[in-house]
Design a protein around this ligand. Structure first.
Ligand code: TYD
Length: 141
């Protein structure tokens, strides 16, 4: 578990999941502490996304997440208070591990894109940082 105020975009790694392929399609599996770097406490997914929408625009104090374009594609822009990186997610067997303390924006959703998120904690609004000023203070604390 990393310390949110000190994390950087370089702590967010791309994870490629194995693909079990057959003539009838492909299968990937996600298990806590195997393919995933934490225990899963929550799964949510974003879908029916109107074109041109942006999501995110916040950071988490202590939450770890893995974000996957389970269908379609979108861009994930991550910011650590100093540096910004944009990663295009477009494969159902690739995820990004978002460590605590990273500001994120999801944009450029393709039609019928689905964003699957696996999270290390249950929903807790007080773990969110939704104001950029508050985020700046958090990263310099
Ligand atoms: P939010 O995390 O801001 O969405 P995004 O980052 O995709 O733009 O959440 C949107 C709304 O959904 C907000 O009102 C909180 C609510 N929500 C829950 O009730 N439970 C959850 O697990 C999540 C992720 C969001």
């Amino acid at each position: 578990m990393m310390n949110g105020p000190t994390t950087s975009v370089d702590d967010c790694s791309l994870i490629t999941f194995d693909k079990i392929e057959s003539n009838s399609g492909s299968l990937s599996v996600l298990e806590p502490f195997q393919q995933l770097p934490f225990d899963i406490k929550r799964v949510y997914y974003i879908y029916d996304i109107p074109s041109g929408s942006e999501r995110g625009g916040h950071a988490h104090k202590t939450l770890d997440q893995v974000i996957i374009a389970i269908s379609g594609s979108f861009d994930l822009t991550i910011f650590d208070g100093v540096r910004t990186k944009t990663i295009q997610l477009n494969r159902p067997n690739v995820g990004v591990h978002l460590v605590p303390g990273i500001w994120r924006i999801l944009s450029n959703f393709s039609s019928s894109a689905v964003c699957l998120t696996l999270a290390s904690q249950v929903y807790n609004e007080s773990d969110y940082i939704r104001e950029s000023d508050h985020y700046r203070l958090f990263k310099t604390s």
